[in-house]
Design a protein around this ligand. Structure first.
Ligand code: COI
Length: 354
């Protein structure tokens, strides 16, 4: 088993930081000075190294390129008002990463590599964490199969990596969402709950069609009737109906168990709302809209944090909202931000000190 001391560190000779305005960059385009890399071979993890950010070389037959054994996570690091770096709930992402690994028939990554590696990497590149509100350092752990073989079977070898990217808000403006009535993201028994690369590739066609019609993302529905709501784009979804926050439940294994989703549930309870994690259909949503009970709609995600949804379209029915009047989602975002940026006490033990 690899221990903390087994992580080798090779420092970059120079920093690229002076060339990047980290508080004004598009999501996922710029990367910090270092990255973590580890190899899985002969049933064990080895060669754990933090080194200057650089390209990889690979054989064209590398298995992940062909059969998609590839998973990832999204986590964020913030600075408190004194400039101290913290990571938001990384242990939860670590656990979810290994749930994805098992579902994709990949090896799990030990905590010593995932957590200690991330800790050391962030400590090295902490100057890349933006201090500005709505900005953070996005942490992208990922793993992919590396066998040079195009036979269809689980790979014997894998690479685990962590890269870091300074980022601002993912969705800048309130969103218009198309409720999907034809295409499917996930079905029970499938891989919808895992954060594997194919879930995102598979969603792009329907999303592109929605974009052509002026919508930003799709709200996915069940595979059989296209009625039961799942998740929206890269986010979990919440509906404020009366004084209740309703969010799709996880039991079908068709949606991602979001860490921000879980944080939102905790904070919404603290704010005095009733929480219902359950199945909800588009018909119920339209009824709630017609009766004036559907108050607010928003998405939650690591990249997106809390993103307001100003319009939902299902067939020929459009639900439009006046987001200026909304209180719950804005209060929720404030409360979560205050914890993330270290402005209030971290009562839930969510912030991991670097
Ligand atoms: C995240 O919120 O970390 C995501 O997974 C979204 C990402 C695909 C941009």
């Amino acid at each position: 088993m690899t221990t903390e001391t087994d992580i080798k560190i090779i420092k970059a000779q120079t920093s690229k930081l002076k060339n990047v305005n980290i508080e004004n960059v598009p999501f996922g385009k710029y990367f910090t000075d270092h990255m973590l890399e580890a190899d899985y071979e002969n049933g064990e993890w080895k060669n754990v190294v933090i080194k200057p950010y650089q390209s990889l070389t690979f054989d064209p037959s590398m298995a992940s390129l062909h059969y998609g054994q590839a998973i990832f996570e999204g986590i964020k690091a913030y600075k408190d008002p004194n400039g101290n770096p913290f990571i938001f709930r990384p242990i939860d992402n670590f656990k979810r990463f290994n749930v994805s690994a098992e579902r994709m028939q990949m090896p799990t990554v030990p905590e010593e590599i995932f957590m200690d590696g991330m800790h050391k990497l962030i400590a090295l590149d902490k100057d890349w964490i933006p201090a500005m509100q709505d900005h953070s350092l996005y942490i992208r752990p990922f793993m992919f199969s590396t066998d040079h073989l195009i036979g269809v079977r689980p790979s014997d070898t894998y690479k685990f990596m962590i890269i870091l990217s300074p980022t601002g808000p993912y969705y800048n403006v309130p969103m218009k969402i198309y409720v999907e009535e034809k295409y499917t993201r996930a079905a029970p028994g499938g891989v919808g709950f895992s954060k594997n690369a194919g879930n995102y590739g598979g969603s792009m066609y329907a999303t592109a069609l929605a974009r052509k019609h002026g919508y930003d993302q799709v709200l996915w529905t069940d595979a059989f009737e296209h009625k039961t709501l799942q998740e929206v784009g890269t986010m979990n979804v919440f509906f404020i109906i009366g004084n209740t926050a309703v969010t799709p439940s996880l039991e079908d294994g068709t949606i991602l168990a979001g860490v921000t989703r879980d944080s939102a549930i905790t904070i919404l309870k603290e704010m005095g709302l009733n929480i219902e994690e359950r199945k909800i259909t588009v018909d119920e949503l339209m009824e709630a809209h017609k009766s004036g009970n559907l108050k607010e709609v928003f998405g939650t995600g690591t990249a997106a944090t809390i993103s307001l949804i100003k319009e939902l379209k299902y067939k020929d029915y459009t639900m439009q909202f006046n987001i200026d009047e909304w209180k719950v989602s804005k209060e929720l975002k404030n409360r979560i931000d205050n914890i993330r940026y270290g402005k209030v006490a971290d009562d839930y033990g969510w912030m991991y000190k670097v």
